[in-house]
Design a protein around this ligand. Structure first.
Ligand code: PLP
Length: 384
């Protein structure tokens, strides 16, 4: 099925996923093969060798492109492999303007790997459009944004960033991992490349690592060339698991949003919670912008607790339904302490996060059980 005129969840279930022609199987098969028999020398079926292409991967790519509203998508072995391919399109001397609070692995990759090959990067608060304009130079090829951000859930103005990037002959990359295309479509706001860690909400079940770039056909061809030359492909089973997850993205995201909104509102009233970050709260500094550029406000909530780092650690270790773990976007709820876990590498820099901050990836369990779990952990952990 092509995607003309259909709604989001119809596309998620059908695009790239016509019944398999020989048997009528309604689910795209896992083409667990490394090579494809060719009818004649110099002729093939569209598939030759599974690094270059695999039909299960193709199905996922067609589906993700339809969901993001781009001409094409290229899927990778991880989100960071997808980002690596984007940086490899650059040449020595090229410059990237990057959000100063991007995903830590993104920063580590550009700062510790790609700068060794002559790529230059400037970290900027992308919430300050004047600072972004001031950071642009004739060598700037990419502006790299991530919204909502991690773990403070700051909201960036994608349309404003796209305008600045384009004025300077650069392209806007939007990491849409936290929002997903169900809640935010960066293409419609002017972004040129959309990057995903499909490990998170798109896969949605904490059982697969993957990545994707959704973009125009010409850029996708360049990325596919680089991927075939470098080799960071997803296996067919990983592509299949991700595609299986994507089918339910819409219903999952609605439930993640419902539960997160309930929990954020409840935390904001809790006597032992000193601040809550959730763009869905009317008092949140990003609320107005998020209401404009997102359909809903997502499943991530961060908050600070009374009693400092010890209380925060005790809450993180005290929940039972919220597993203490890194990552996010699965059906099960997770809690983590960014200062000591995901964001330890930025301690002592301007990006250091508050020591009493906790981050929730709110799952799709029954919300009353989640509230009771948090309530007990907060009661047990914080001083009277
Ligand atoms: C997890 C994550 C990545 C990296 O993706 P991997 O699949 O872990 O390689 C990039 N960006 C964001 C926002 C992420 O959450």
């Amino acid at each position: 099925m092509n995607d003309a005129g259909h709604g989001f969840s119809t596309k998620a279930i059908h695009v790239g996923q016509d019944p398999e022609p020989r048997t009528g199987a309604v689910v795209v098969p896992i083409y667990q093969t490394s090579t494809f028999a060719q009818p004649r020398v110099g002729e093939h079926t569209g598939y030759e060798y599974a690094r270059t292409g695999n039909p299960t991967r193709t199905a996922l790519q067609e589906c993700l492109a339809a969901l993001e509203g781009t001409e094409a998508a290229v899927c990778f072995a991880s989100g960071l492999a997808a980002e690596d391919a984007i940086f490899r399109t650059l040449a020595p001397g090229d410059h990237v303007v990057m959000a100063d609070d991007v995903y830590g692995g993104t920063w580590r990759q550009i700062a510790q790997v790609h700068t060794r090959w002559g790529i230059e990067v400037t970290a900027v608060d992308l919430g300050d459009l004047d600072a972004v304009a001031a950071a642009m130079s004739p060598a700037t090829k990419l502006v790299w944004a991530e919204t909502p951000s991690n773990p403070l859930l700051k909201i960036l103005d994608l349309a404003g960033l796209a305008a600045i990037a384009h004025e300077h002959g650069a392209r806007l990359v939007a990491d849409n991992t936290f929002a997903t295309p169900y809640l935010q479509q960066p293409t419609a706001l002017g972004a040129d490349l959309i990057v995903h860690s499909t490990t998170k909400y798109l896969g949605g079940h904490s059982d697969v690592v993957g990545g994707a770039v959704c973009t125009d056909a010409e850029t996708a061809e360049e990325l596919a060339f680089l991927q075939n030359a470098v080799g960071a492909v997803p296996g067919p089973f990983d592509a299949w698991l991700t595609l299986r997850g994507v089918k339910t993205l819409g219903v999952r995201m609605d439930r993640h949003c419902d539960n997160a909104a309930t929990i954020a509102g409840w935390l904001a009233e809790h006597p032992r919670v000193t601040s809550v970050r959730y763009p869905g709260l009317a008092t949140d500094p990003g609320h107005e912008l998020a209401a404009r550029q997102m359909q809903r406000f997502g499943g991530m909530v961060s908050f600070q607790v009374d009693g400092g780092v010890d209380a925060a650690k005790a809450v993180a270790e005290g929940t039972r339904l919220f597993f203490l773990a890194e990552s996010l976007g699965g059906v099960e709820s997770l809690i983590e302490h960014p200062g000591i876990m995901t964001h330890a590498s930025v301690a002592g820099t301007q990006l250091e996060v508050p020591a009493d901050l906790l981050r929730l990836s709110v799952g799709i369990e029954s919300v009353d059980d989640l509230l009771a779990d948090l309530d007990r952990a907060l009661d047990d952990a914080t001083p009277e």
